[in-house]
Design a protein around this ligand. Structure first.
Ligand code: AP5
Ligand code: ZN
Length: 214
């Protein structure tokens, strides 16, 4: 099964990717997590990406498309994958199509901007795995610690409110057009498009997903 999770920053893509990976046994391909790993390792890509990400802007299509193509070619993607945070521009979506990479389901997470700002303010992440928590809505078992490894949770550098609002603006300008793009793909019979209510509690959103994916 090949799935695209489409939604604004903070809509819950990473949170539900965790659920879907466990349920369907397919890997999560999060371009954001891949870039953050490159930053941590201090690679040339990481050094370049850090400035762009901290400013809430998008990394170039060329770099991102290269990263994803390389990742999809790996053996663990043979039975499917979950794209989280990609594609987020029309050229990125076109690159998938041009490379003959078919997608079974596109899932849009619908969440209003003001809810997102509140979610980001309370987000904590485990840098090693990409696991995501929220201090109120999805707290870890032990405060400030990852449930699996017990390691420290951190606040993402781009979760400052000003940067979150910038990222939301970029989402509306550059990524939202993908809603019409994939609706048209679905009308042409090339994929299935689903819109879900991302404002419900984490478990309720997971239940919606399980219902529509089977
Ligand atoms: P990326 O890491 O992809 O960030 P994003 O798209 O901005 O999305 P987020 O990770 O912020 O949100 P999410 O939807 O995963 O929400 P989450 O589940 O964490 O990208 C970061 C940057 O990298 C970009 O700005 C860009 O610079 C660059 N980049 C990445 N991909 C790129 C690409 N393809 N092209 C170009 N540049 C790219 O949830 C958020 C919070 O809400 C958490 O605290 C969570 O616990 C909580 N929460 C989740 N669900 C619920 C719920 N149902 N109810 C209550 N709280 C909830
Ligand atoms: Zn995420």
């Amino acid at each position: 099964m090949r799935i695209i999770l489409l939604g604004a920053p903070g809509a819950g893509k990473g949170t539900q990717a965790q659920f879907l990976m466990d349920k369907y046994g397919i890997p999560q391909i999060s371009t954001g997590d891949m870039l953050r790993a490159a930053i941590k390792e201090g690679t040339p890509l990481g050094l370049e990406a850090k400035k762009v990400m901290d400013a809430g802007q998008l990394v170039s299509d060329e770099i991102i498309i290269g990263l994803v193509k390389e990742r999809i070619a790996k053996a663990d993607c043979e039975k499917g994958f979950l794209l989280d945070g990609f594609p987020r521009t029309i050229p990125q979506a076109d690159a998938m199509k041009d490379n003959g990479i078919q997608i079974d389901h596109v899932i849009e997470f619908d969440v209003a901007d003001e809810i997102i700002v509140e979610r980001m303010a309370g987000r904590r992440v485990h840098p090693g795995s990409g696991r995501v928590y929220h201090v109120v809505y999805n707290p870890p078992k032990e405060e400030g610690k990852d449930d699996v490894t017990g390691e420290e949770l951190v606040i993402r550098a781009d979760d400052v409110e000003e940067t979150v609002r910038k990222r939301l603006g970029i989402y509306h300008d550059q990524t939202k057009p993908l809603v019409d793009y994939y609706r048209a793909e679905a009308d042409a019979g090339n994929t299935q498009y689903h819109k879900l209510d991302g404002t419900q509690a984490v478990d309720a959103v997971s239940a919606q997903l399980a219902g529509l994916l089977g």
